[in-house]
Design a protein around this ligand. Structure first.
Ligand code: CMX
Length: 464
């Protein structure tokens, strides 16, 4: 009680009933205003970082070998990323919570259903699992910001009809940049201690508009341009499915889960790192997220979910749905021997099956146990890892998130695989933009690692 009394004196928000004491020394925000909750946490985190730097700034976190420098910087701990952390064996934790824990703890649209991504957004931003009221207030805040300006539709309409949906997404986001509140505030000379505020505003504006933009890309590209209005009774994730033209309750649940689990995967993956890097130059959230999306569009990263579907379609066309394990083995070997990767398998950090794969497999077992594509995917799980192990070079032979997501989408009628990475990208906004707000709140500097020429590396190793 004394501790709480002390806090009452120290923290005006506690006096005003914005936070409550929970457990020993813990505090939980009571406000349903995401920005107020975030603002409450920033000073303590700024102090924490200052102390870390002052007391331990010269300590080593790891070293860099020649192999790491020329091998995509694997394993070099050289970035601060608060919203999630990846363990090679266990998989991702969002603010300390595993995916099964999030499925249990985050607010849901229906009893026993999947979490709504708005709850995850609150968690990523504040570090706290929100109440249903807090998640609902995020839904409402996003709804109010969701109107997409007319010029964005014109930009989309002007693109070549064969433009890939990911290119359309990046272009549409860049065309929104004209309204950046951060860019305007910077131009007008805002003090850097306040940067996080307009970055938060831009991030919320962008997240709010992404489902409408993604749905417009979908309807324009595959459904003749006939757009569907948002529903005022649906949450952010379900509205995405609704505006794409899908109303099945299972599809809405799948989309809520999909949008939750793809949100963040710590900072070093291409889409997160690209967003972080570009944001570090104080490019606004529209510019930095668009950079992340052009990275997500690569086949070794997010586009793998499209490639998995193409690959499975090839299997079905050549062998049919009743493929045997032996036929599948031959198909996998043929792919490898032709110098291609098996999409949906392997990972740069993970060394076990991706829990994002597992949770989708659990969803499929529950909702579509007899669906042929699900059975084919389950068979791949039996066949591919042993073959990848046999190659002797693949560090993680197990499936990643992209091996399963297309199956769920196909089942509910979202059959256009070239659109799949856009759905990944909409979700990824929640993670990379939350971190973007924190990067500005913590005053992280422009990123500028050292590069070396081959001659410089040779010189350094000769001296070592
Ligand atoms: N199929 C065939 N070969 C693979 C492989 C796969 N699924 N995964 C790795 N390898 C190969 C690599 O190409 C590399 O070969 P070379 O030495 O000939 O260049 C070798 O095995 C070692 O690679 P690694 O250290 O195990 O993996 P990387 O960290 O270099 O790459 C990844 C990671 C994800 C790019 C790779 O596993 C891959 O290409 N997988 C298929 C594409 C995919 O599913 N990507 C999505 C990942 C999740 C996401 O970001 O969305």
């Amino acid at each position: 009680m004394r501790a709480v009394k002390g806090l009452l004196q120290a923290a005006p928000s506690l006096r005003e009933g914005l936070i409550e004491a929970v457990g020993v020394g813990g505090l939980r925000t009571l406000t349903t205003d995401l920005k107020a909750s975030l603002a409450e946490k920033i000073p303590a985190e700024q102090e924490r970082l200052k102390k870390l730097k002052k007391e331990h700034g010269s300590k080593e976190l790891g070293s860099c070998t020649v192999e790491a420098a020329i091998g995509g910087m694997r394993g070099i701990p050289a970035m601060l990323w608060e919203t999630s952390l990846l363990d090679a064996e266990e998989g991702i934790r969002f603010r300390g919570h595993s995916i099964p824990e999030l499925q249990e703890k985050l607010p849901k649209a229906k009893e026993g259903g999947e979490p709504i991504p708005e709850g995850l957004l609150w968690l990523l931003m504040t570090g706290e699992v929100p109440s249903s009221e807090q998640a609902a207030s995020v839904t409402e805040m996003l709804r109010q910001r969701s109107k997409v300006p007319d010029h964005v539709y014109r930009v989309l309409a002007a693109q070549h009809p064969n433009t890939h949906p990911m290119t359309q997404l990046a272009t549409a986001v860049l065309s929104l940049q004209v309204d950046s509140k951060f860019a305007a505030a910077y131009r007008s000379g805002m003090h850097k201690s306040k940067y996080w505020d307009p970055v938060f505003e831009d991030s919320m504006d962008l997240i709010a508009k992404l489902p409408t933009i993604a749905a417009a890309i979908y309807r324009n590209t595959y459904k003749g341009g006939d757009l569907v209005e948002a529903s005022s009774s649906l949450d952010w994730g379900a509205n995405l499915a609704h505006m794409m033209g899908f109303t099945d309750d299972g599809c809405l649940e799948m989309m809520r889960l999909y949008q939750t689990i793809h949100a963040d995967h710590e900072g070093g993956n291409v889409s997160a790192h690209a967003t972080h890097l570009v944001g570090s130059a104080l490019s606004d959230p529209y510019l930095s997220y668009a950079a992340g999306m052009t990275g997500l569009a690569g086949p070794l990263h997010g586009l793998a979910n499209q490639e998995v579907l193409r690959w499975l379609t090839d299997v079905r066309q050549q062998v049919g749905d009743d493929v045997t394990k032996e036929q599948m083995r031959e198909f996998v070997w043929a792919t490898l021997k032709s110098g291609k990767v098996v999409p949906g398998f392997g990972h740069a950090v993970l060394r076990k099956t991706d829990p994002r794969y597992t949770c989708q497999a659990v969803f499929a077992r529950r909702h579509m146990p007899d669906y042929p594509l699900y059975r084919l995917t389950a068979m791949l799980y039996d066949v591919v890892p042993d073959i990848l192990k046999e190659t002797g070079k693949v560090k993680n032979p197990y499936p990643n998130v992209d091996a399963h997501s297309g199956v769920l989408l196909q089942y509910y009628g979202i059959t256009e695989e070239s659109f799949y990475t856009v759905l990944f990208g909409v979700s990824r906004a929640l993670g990379v933009l939350s971190q973007g707000v924190w990067s500005r709140a913590l005053g992280l500097p422009i990123e500028r690692p050292k590069s070396l020429t081959m001659a410089a590396i040779e010189q350094r190793v000769a001296q070592a």
